[in-house]
Design a protein around this ligand. Structure first.
Ligand code: PLP
Length: 441
């Protein structure tokens, strides 16, 4: 057997290039992280070779006695990582990633064209929470279900729960999604539950971004209030690129007419994952989930998550000190949303200039943006830098680098006008600007 370095030198070079890119730059994309050696070993293990449609003990393929043990371990450890009792909660560790996990929840709990309410994408929700724009239903979650997004308050940047409650009374959703991709405050799950109960809706938590913080107990958990909780395992949780769904088992609840109803979420979710949506589970990823969930119960992991939040808070205060406006005025989690509206600098230009100096982040809409196509903010995250060992004093330096880069962007903008292409040309061709960038690299 030949190693990829021998069998495919062209691809091997690309793998080395990407590794060096990840090492050299500052990775500040809030959804990214550097996973552990143990997780990477599971991902490239022989478990990848095996087909195992079905659940442990009920497979459609032979030869699964070891795979069954791996999947059961992943299930047990996932429940343990969130302090859940196997009597009350079940878990499915087979979703290929976060989007398929969310679709499995919708497929299991809803009928086509049932109504859903999630946080709007420009306000910090995810595509899979029912995103559509004025012209088009964009996400399949808005094509196959009727979606009425809820929003943040334009002044405070905080979720407008009163408006959500008011609209839910009119729209009567069957499912409400409490989850975020770009929102730096904790969620009021109790309030979400009240609104869901008032309308006889399921409450789904999508903790993809924050699942590491929840496991470490550094922010409130969705489990007390939600019927079902989905997550990715590769963001703050620092595991493999995969998805997991937790669901309540045989839970009693009072419906809107005061009747006691029993949930049967377990079979609905399991059947939705397979056979409705997926085929063979990715057993290498399931093994990697098992080892990541084990790591998530350690004191070191808890310290790491505390540091992630401390670093995000430091980033906020350093950037505020340098004159930047932070949406909601701060952060409780691993991310910081910076509005550049006061500098009239677009998020796209900021993202571009930061990439030029090897700081990776996302352009992002901020409350008050007219168009999601031209956002005026950037989203910065601390999970990956914290994995590399960064502490608050390093983050002060990172904020200074960001400020230097954005100051160059503001200067380049004065020479270039509003269009991104003209801006890029100035950055690359103007001698003064390009030498300033070269110095910062
Ligand atoms: N849910 C939330 C809240 C997310 O932020 C994301 C990804 O960013 C997803 C779901 C989808 O995950 P994936 O990209 O793994 O499909």
């Amino acid at each position: 057997q030949k190693a990829v370095s021998d069998s495919d030198p062209e691809l091997w070079q690309l793998l080395k290039d990407e590794k060096s890119r990840q090492r050299k730059g500052l990775e500040m994309i809030a959804s990214e992280n550097f996973t552990s050696l143990a997780v990477l070993q599971c991902l490239s293990s022989c478990l990848h070779n095996k087909y195992s449609e079905g659940l442990p003990g009920r497979r459609y393929y032979g030869g699964n006695e070891v795979i069954d043990k791996v999947e059961i371990l992943a299930q047990q450890r996932s429940l343990e990582a969130y302090g859940l009792s196997p009597e009350e909660w079940g878990v499915n560790v087979q979703p290929y990633s976060g989007s398929p996990a969310n679709f499995a929840v919708y497929t299991g709990l809803l009928q086509p064209h049932d109504r859903i309410m999630g946080l709007d994408l420009p306000d910090g929700g995810h595509l899979t929470h029912g995103f559509m724009n004025a012209q088009k239903k964009i996400s399949a979650s808005s094509i196959f279900f009727e979606s009425m997004p809820y929003k943040v308050d334009q002044q405070t940047g905080l979720i407008d729960y009163d408006k959500l409650a008011e609209n839910a009374r009119l729209f009567k959703p069957k499912l409400i999604i409490a989850g975020i991709s770009c929102y730096s405050r904790t969620l009021d799950y109790k309030r979400f539950r009240q609104i869901a109960d008032e309308n006889g809706a399921y409450l789904m938590g999508d903790m993809a971004h924050i699942s590491g913080l929840v496991a470490a107990g550094v922010i409130p958990s969705p489990f007390e209030y939600c019927d079902v909780v989905s997550t990715t395992t590769h963001k703050t949780l620092r595991g493999p690129r995969a998805g997991v769904i937790f669901f309540r088992k045989g839970q009693k609840s009072i419906d809107k007419n005061g009747k006691t109803v029993m949930y049967d979420i377990e079979s609905k979710i399991n059947d939705a994952v397979f056979p409705s949506l997926q085929g063979g589970p990715h057993n290498h990823a399931i093994a990697a989930i098992a080892t990541a969930m084990k790591q998530a119960t350690t004191p070191a992991f808890r310290e790491y998550q505390q540091q992630v939040v401390a670093n995000a808070r430091q980033l906020c205060s350093s950037l505020q000190g340098l004159g930047y406006e932070i949406v909601t005025g701060g952060t409780d989690v691993h991310m910081v949303l910076v509005s550049l509206a006061n500098f009239k600098l677009s998020g796209a230009k900021a993202e571009f200039i930061l990439e030029e100096v090897e700081i990776a982040c996302n352009k992002n809409t901020v409350p008050g943006d007219k168009s999601p196509m031209n956002p005026s903010g950037i989203r910065l995250g601390t999970p990956a830098l914290t994995t590399r060992g960064f502490k608050e004093n390093d983050i002060v330096q990172v904020a200074a680098f960001i400020h230097s880069a954005l100051s160059i962007a503001i200067e380049a903008q004065k020479l270039s006008g509003p269009k991104l292409v003209d801006f890029k040309e100035v950055v690359h061709k103007n001698d003064v600007i390009s030498s300033k960038i070269a110095q910062l690299k």
